[in-house]
Design a protein around this ligand. Structure first.
Ligand SMILES: NC(=O)c1ccc[n+]([C@@H]2O[C@H](COP(=O)([O-])OP(=O)(O)OC[C@H]3O[C@@H](n4cnc5c(N)ncnc54)[C@H](O)[C@@H]3O)[C@@H](O)[C@H]2O)c1
Length: 460
């Protein structure tokens, strides 16, 4: 057995102190008391699949497959400790029974009608849930066809300018706050046209002036996000829209302790990319080309068929490889990749998207090889548990003093195609690093030891 000297005594004292500090931090995470109100912007395929799924799970009709918060475990301590509780038993998350849904849409179909239209879930399960789903009716939306060209909404708010519209959303939030204990907002609305930050996005004051002048640089998604953050409500963005990815929103998020994260649910093709690309890089396998194409026929596909909305999606999907491969660090392997992405609207497929990837790789002495991925996925089935997890974790962040005023919650990058990070810090796209970061954040806020996977002590 190894003998322990003076040095280790000091180390024990140090560890003891930091443990005490961490235990104190954990005791400050506020419990999830009462009802969690979830305000969903856009009650289409993803939103209705999430809402119907949560109700089905509450009634014991289904299991929460795909949800890390509901099914995932977290290892605590050494491998020999055999301690791996469920995440939901380790951190104080809202119980699914305490979730209350509401939302907005540009069509006034209730959630049952909208889910039936989306055709993601089968009629038999929808029929069982119908009485509940019919009770959720969207509020009139803030919408402008300039930003989503393929849609023409009828259930839309009118206002004298964008500030007035933001005020109307704030009134909606305040009315809902009276019925629940805490609120989170999530954008499950359509992909807007491609937009870049302008002067109006640089500070809260400039943004508010822009709202008053109905500046064209402010899209509807930003009016919702502004209303949420202004009210101290955390905001998640399931679409690739610019929305909170601007200094004004980051500042407002910090100021009002309303957490935000990145954007665009990481579901099908990009999910696979952020698994495969780190594997090639870990083994120093070169990549010369990556061609990705998709067919899908839901309303999202119809919106993405319009070039300006497609550009927004394309930018979001393109980013991951560049960051994972770090071509400037590995020029021989990754500086000359031809990366192409196509999304084709093909109505017969509905939500049952099919994605193909052809990856041209090269190995020892530059010998070429190929990998083909054919993913027959169901878009909204993959996205719904992500939306649920983001809502639950953002609510947790809001109740965690150490996290809530940070603004960006980088530890939630795990769920997103376009992670958001501090200015000057490159985003982390590797799914396994993201997963480790998420779990270590949970350990940290609960005062548990972080896991480094070093493991030398097992051989001591
Ligand atoms: N399904 C996936 O796997 C997946 C993955 C990543 C991202 N996304 C993104 O999530 C979003 C939702 O996808 P979906 O398949 O549910 O699309 P969908 O078209 O079925 O639903 C979007 C809904 O948003 C509504 N809407 C549009 N603008 C609005 C506004 N300003 N206010 C309120 N409602 C508005 C539409 O009327 C529609 O009902 C899309 O932007 C999509 O790109 C989806």
């Amino acid at each position: 057995m190894a003998t322990k000297g003076k040095g280790s005594k000091k180390a024990v004292v140090r560890v003891g102190k930091s443990l005490a500090r961490r235990r104190a931090a954990a005791s400050k995470v506020e419990p999830a008391k009462g009802k969690l109100g979830v305000m969903v912007v856009g009650m289409g395929a993803v939103a209705t699949t999430m809402i119907a799924g949560v109700e089905a799970i509450r009634r014991g009709l289904a299991k929460p497959v795909g949800s890390l918060t509901q099914m995932g475990t977290i290892r605590l301590g050494k491998r020999t400790d055999n301690t791996s509780p469920l995440i939901k038993d380790f951190v104080p998350l809202a119980d699914l029974n305490d979730i209350v849904f509401t939302g907005w849409d540009i069509f006034n179909d209730n959630v049952y009608e909208s889910a039936a239209h989306a055709q993601v879930l089968k009629p038999d399960i929808l029929k069982k849930l119908k009485p509940y789903l019919e009770t959720i009716k969207p509020m009139p939306a803030v919408f402008d066809n300039y930003y989503v060209k393929r849609l023409h909404g009828t259930h839309v708010k009118k206002g004298k300018n964008k500030l007035d519209l933001a005020q109307q959303l704030i009134e909606d939030i305040r009315a809902f706050k009276k019925k629940v204990n805490r609120v989170v907002m999530i954008w499950c609305g359509s992909t807007e046209i491609f937009m870049e930050p302008t002067a109006v996005h640089q500070s809260i004051a400039a943004f508010e002036k822009g709202l008053e002048k109905s500046d064209i640089g402010i899209a509807p998604s930003q009016i919702y996000a502004y209303a949420a953050l202004k009210e101290g409500v955390p905001f998640a963005n399931g679409a690739p829209n610019l929305t909170v990815d601007v200094p004004a929103m980051v500042a407002l998020s910090k100021k009002n302790a309303a957490p935000i994260c990145g954007k665009d649910f990481k579901t099908g093709q990009t999910f696979m990319k952020t698994v495969l690309a780190p594997a090639f890089k870990a083994r120093m396998i070169g990549v010369s080309g990556w061609f990705s194409t998709n067919i899908l026929g839901n309303r999202d596909g119809e919106v993405l068929d319009e070039p300006q909305s497609f550009k927004t999606k394309e930018e979001s999907k393109l980013g991951s490889l560049e960051y994972i491969f770090q071509p400037e660090m590995y020029p021989d392997l990754y500086s000359d990749i031809y990366h192409k992405i196509r999304i084709n609207y093909y109505p017969p497929r509905g939500d049952e998207k099919e994605a193909w990837d052809n990856i041209d790789i090269f190995g020892w002495l530059g010998y070429p090889m190929q990998l083909k991925v054919n993913f027959l996925c169901r878009d909204s089935i993959l996205a719904a548990p992500i939306a649920l997890d983001l809502v639950l974790f953002l609510d947790l962040a809001k109740r965690t003093p150490e996290l809530r005023s940070l603004g960006i919650q980088e530890w939630l990058s795990f769920y997103l195609k376009s992670p958001q990070s501090a200015p000057g810090l490159y985003p982390e796209h590797d799914l396994f690093i993201q997963s480790m970061k998420l779990k270590n954040t949970l350990r940290h806020i609960m005062g548990a030891d972080l896991i480094t996977h070093l493991g030398l002590e097992y051989y001591d």
